[in-house]
Design a protein around this ligand. Structure first.
Ligand code: B3K
Ligand code: ZN
Length: 877
């Protein structure tokens, strides 16, 4: 199939103003009648054929303005319906299709999850329900009649507001009629029908409008929805307070299903969620799960304005809704919890997911210019880097002008499908600035490297900072232009406080504490600086760049202890650890003994005993860079075994030195009061479990006992899972017993069992591969359920570098083989799993050759889905 290109965008030849759907639900043969009101666009010549999208459809009837259409007037295939000579004046098409939800294993379009009918239409699933102009710039008003067996499907849900319900005379069936007054693209269409429990609540908007809120779940799970509901109400209030956005329908429904390709979907007034992001209680959900639920509920809710009221003109503009909405949900979580903690978590995610994407064969701009399969572009680059770009805009403009720009955006483009250019124009107009160079962030792939050199002249009392920027070559982009890079900074004086800058700096635009780097090279001079400061740069991670700033060990230690910016304190600790880990891995690789740096070990001790740090921040600072992060830093010829060994060595050295202090934290913080998911309580658990992780590595006899005790006495999933992970990953004596006990306790809860699969899949050690194979034939495993596949196979491929990249190639083989199996059933899950190969070229020659042959094996399959074909071709190119 030819590539779709941004430059080929043309407005639609026909509009669809109104959609009326009648959906007669049957598990194996659902009948859909779509009545569509078409109008020819002013620029379209009379008689221009109307071409509608379809995907695996069976056409069973077709009428034009109420009359059957002769066979000669149209051409229909499963993926296309062409009306050859449509009327010049507005007309109505009535299209009847028949679809089979039961055999829809792709989970796109209309499918069934445990007996519930539900839909997923983004990006191109609506065309699996009826023939349509399935593109985001065709906005229509939808009315949906849903009819089903009353016994099987007592609950019938659609977009918008409920208009009418009733029974169908002489049958056991009933129907519901839903009307959504807000014009929307087809990807926001949804329906749900099933036997579900309803958890009701309500919300009064700022202007006094009453909104009925409901979460629908499997019977028996009602009590697990409290946190999601609470998060929803807080999201609604926050969006009013912070962005002035109010909800716009009488009802907001959320449905939780257990078979879902993604996290959740923002369908207008009817969000559908992977139940992983709805259900929580202390017994089955970790603190991380609680935080994720809060964030995803907020994210989908915020889409109501950024995505639904204002949507994308075409799929190239995906970051218009996703980057902006991620930014909004990040801000929400920061306000609900601790801002620095949230920022560190978000940046860690960006560095571990987006940076490698941007440095490998799948690199693409935040706004791609070309795609083969749009579902492969719901990436960390579009989402997370897209959010960073919005954040930079705020940094450059300041809070007020940023808000003014967004207000203008909401006002100017409400009800439209629009573009990044239009978005940026709102900020240009509101703030009176030119963002043409800034716009490069949307068009250039790759992570810029900012190189920093400093020089202090005591006689002249000047401090010079020379800055340069460059993007290393990425696929399809040999050269790049300088971007606008906001660098938040401080000059740390000898006492650790930021020096006051009394004279205007020269050589760059400086706004408050932000240096704006906008050329390939710039030299900034600060005057009246009597003594050499430590430059704290990229505070709060003010731009998604890599910093090449060679600080001395002393400077880094100083920063780790003193920087007033919590992010850069964390970063300094991480940099110190990373440098040592890379050095150790290099030594181990050469067969030499590695001895961890005393200085690094000391810094960890100081972090642990620093009373000024909050518990969660401490836990974050004490977290060693992951094996994947270390591999990324090494960059080429990586031996994952050496990386693993280096990390183990440092952990042990830290634990040996500070064992008593860790033990004091473990015993001092445990078991205070009833469980609460709030940030303070979660922070204490995180720190206590981090301390346990180090204490376990002392190998002291009571360490194993302590871990077992935490496992067996835990009254919440966070502690239980942390201890289980130690037992299994450190191969402690009662590892098997723990796994069995966990299983016995959680067997009937598939979300809790996903953690059981994940812990085993990510265990280091040779035996894991055979374990994973055995787990695949476990009755609780289900290769058709995306959550199970992610828990077992995806976590093995992305969270177990030594075993996925085994030197005998068996890890790659297992994943390649699984991809081929899964691809037949669910291409989106398969292609996502395939991206775990993206860093294959950075491995040592033997391993990369094995990875390549696994990829070639996938590639040689002739009937690969378009999704997997696209990823495998790009990965190998
Ligand atoms: N918009 C959906 C993602 C759809 C993915 C389609 N392959 C969820 C979200 O970003 O909120
Ligand atoms: Zn989204």
């Amino acid at each position: 199939a030819p590539a779709i290109r941004l430059e080929d965008y043309r407005p639609p030849a026909y509009r669809i103003d109104k959609v009326h759907l009648n959906v007669l639900l049957e598990p194996a043969a659902t009948k859909v009648t779509a009545t569509l009101s078409f109008a020819r666009a002013a620029s379209t010549e009379e008689g221009t054929p109307l071409v509608l999208d379809g995907d695996e459809l069976t056409l069973t009837g077709l009428k034009l303005n109420g009359e059957d259409l002769p066979q000669t007037a149209y051409a229909a295939t499963p993926d296309r319906l062409e009306i050859q000579n449509p009327p010049a004046a507005p007309f109505e098409l009535t299209i009847e299709t028949e679809i089979n939800p039961d055999t829809n294993t792709k989970l796109m379009g209309l499918f069934r999850s445990s007996r519930t009918f539900c839909t997923q239409c983004e990006a191109e699933g609506f065309r699996r329900i009826t023939y349509f102009l399935d593109r985001p710039d065709v906005l229509a008003v939808y009315t949906t009649r849903i009819e089903a067996s009353k016994a099987e499907c007592p609950v019938l849900l659609g977009n918008g507001n409920l208009v009418e319900t009733g029974t169908v005379d002489g049958t056991d069936r009933h129907y519901a009629l839903w009307h959504d007054p807000h014009p929307k693209p087809a990807y926001l269409f949804a329906l749900v029908a099933g036997d579900l429990a309803q958890v009701p609540d309500r919300f009064t908007t700022a202007s006094g409008k009453e909104v009925a809120l409901n979460i629908y779940v499997e019977h028996g799970k009602e009590t697990l929805c409290a946190w999601a509901m609470d998060s929803l109400k807080r999201s609604m209030r926050w969006d009013e307070e912070v962005f002035g956005r109010e909800y716009d329908l009488d009802v907001f429904n959320i449905v939780a299903v257990s078979d879902f390709n993604m996290g959740a979907m923002e369908n207008k007034g009817l969000n559908i969620f992977n139940d992983k992001y709805v259900l929580a209680d202390p017994e089955t959900a970790t603190d991380q799960d609680y935080a994720n639920i809060e964030a995803v509920i907020a994210h989908e809710y915020f889409h109501n304005w950024t995505g639904n009221r204002i949507t994308c003109r075409d799929w190239f503009q995906l970051c218009l809704k996703e980057g902006l909405t991620v930014f909004r949900d990040q801000e929400f979580s920061a306000d609900m919890r601790s801002r620095p903690v949230k920022r560190i978590a978000d940046v860690s995610l960006l560095k571990s997911h987006q940076f490698p994407e941007d440095a490998g064969p799948l690199a693409h701009p935040v706004r791609p210019r070309l795609y083969h399969e749009i579902n492969n572009f719901y990436t960390a680059t579009v989402y997370e880097k897209g959010a960073e770009v919005v954040r930079m805009l705020k940094t450059l403009l300041g809070g007020e002008e940023f808000r003014a720009g967004l207000d203008l955006y909401f006002q100017r483009h409400d009800g439209e499908a629009t573009t990044i250019e239009a978005f940026l124009a709102c900020f240009e107009d509101a703030a009176g600035i030119d963002l043409s160079q800034f716009a490069l962030w949307y068009d250039q792939a790759g992570t810029p490297v900012v190189t920093v050199k400093t020089h202090h002249d005591p006689e002249r009392q000047t401090f010079c900072v020379s800055l340069s920027q460059e993007i290393p070559p990425v696929p399809g982009q040999k050269s790049s232009k300088p971007a606008v890079i906001p660098l938040r900074f401080g000059l740390l004086g000898p006492n650790g406080e930021d020096m006051e800058i009394t004279a205007p700096a020269e050589g760059a635009r400086i706004a408050g504490d932000v240096i704006v780097l906008e050329k390939a090279q710039q030299e900034v001079t600060f005057r009246n600086i009597p003594s050499a400061p430590v430059l704290s740069l990229l505070r709060d991670f003010s731009a998604p760049v890599r910093l090449d700033h060679k600080l001395t060990l002393e400077e880094l230690q100083f920063q780790a202890a003193q920087d007033s910016d919590p992010f850069n304190r964390w970063q300094a600790v991480q940099t110190l650890a990373m440098q040592d880990l890379v050095r150790l891995a290099g030594l181990i690789r050469k067969g030499q003994p590695g001895v961890p740096s005393e200085d690094v070990i000391r810094v960890f001790g100081s972090v642990l005993s620093d009373m000024s740090l909050d518990a969660q921040l401490k836990a974050q600072a004490l977290t060693l860079p992951s094996e994947a992060d270390i591999a990324q830093e090494i960059g080429k010829n990586v031996d994952p075994d050496a990386v693993h060994a280096a990390r183990r060595l440092l952990r042990q050295a830290v634990s040996r030195q500070h064992g008593d202090a860790f033990l004091a934290v473990v015993t001092g913080l445990s078991g205070d009061g009833a469980y609460s998911p709030n940030a303070a309580a979660a922070g204490k658990r995180a720190l206590s479990n981090r301390a346990l992780y180090y204490y376990a590595a002392t190998g002291s006899p009571d360490a194993a006992e302590l871990v077992w005790e935490r496992f067996s006495a835990a009254d919440n999933m966070t502690d239980r899972l942390a201890a289980l992970t130690l037992l299994v990953h450190d191969h402690m004596p009662r590892e098997t017993e723990a796994l069995d006990r966990y299983k016995a306790r959680h067997e009937t809860n598939s979300l809790a069992m996903d953690k059981w699969f994940m812990v085993q899949a990510t265990a280091p050690g040779e035996e894991t591969l055979a374990k994973v194979r055995a787990l695949m034939s476990q009755p609780l495993y289900d290769a058709g359920n995306p959550n199970r596949v992610r828990a077992l196979l995806q976590s093995f491929a992305t969270g177990n570098p030594t075993q996925f990249a085994r030197a005998d190639g068996a890890g790659f083989e297992l994943i390649a083989e699984s991809i081929l199996e899964i691809d037949k059933r669910n291409p989106q899950v398969a292609s996502r799993l395939l991206t775990s190969f993206r860093s294959w070229r950075a491995l040592d020659p033997q391993r990369s050759a094995l990875a390549e042959s696994a990829l070639l094996r996938v590639s040689s399959c002739e009937d690969l889905s378009r999704d997997s074909r696209d990823i495998v071709d790009r990965t190998l190119q």
